[in-house]
Write a protein that binds this ligand. Structure first.
Ligand SMILES: [Zn+2]
Length: 130
């Protein structure tokens, strides 16, 4: 992103719901990169920002559309309907579909393969509360 002026970055409005509340209410926007080729994989809202990233819930993905659209895609009801989380550049598999059912939640997610990705505070978007 040339010049990379903060004000030119897209704004992503944080999702605020009981899932976030359960995790203490704090959240942040992170970029997740392929560990092999460093391509941007996801822009993601991480609730409980200090914890490790073990899974990515599909309802927290903002980018790219391939994955962010899963939450509203009626044809995707179960893990079998989900694509694997793959790097679009080198095709490495970064995460596998799962359903998270702890603590009374029922959310589709990706179980992240720890050695396959890196993460940092987002430089591709600005997270805001409405
Ligand atoms: Zn890659």
């Amino acid at each position: 992103m040339k010049g990379s002026k903060t004000k030119d970055l897209p704004i992503y409005y944080f999702r605020k719901d009981r899932y976030r509340k359960t995790r203490g209410g704090k959240t942040k926007l992170i970029d997740i990169y392929c560990g092999s080729c460093n391509a941007l994989l996801l822009i993601y809202q991480k609730d409980f920002p200090r914890g490790a990233l073990k899974r990515c819930y599909v309802d927290r993905i903002f980018y790219p559309a391939k994955y962010s659209s899963i939450r509203s895609d009626k044809s995707i009801q179960d893990t079998d309907d989900m694509p694997k989380l793959k790097c679009r550049e080198c095709k490495a598999v970064i995460g596998t579909p799962m359903r998270y059912t702890n603590h009374g939640e029922n959310r589709l997610a990706y179980s992240m393969i720890k050695s396959k990705f890196t993460k940092k505070n987002s430089s591709h978007g600005i997270g805001k509360d409405r």
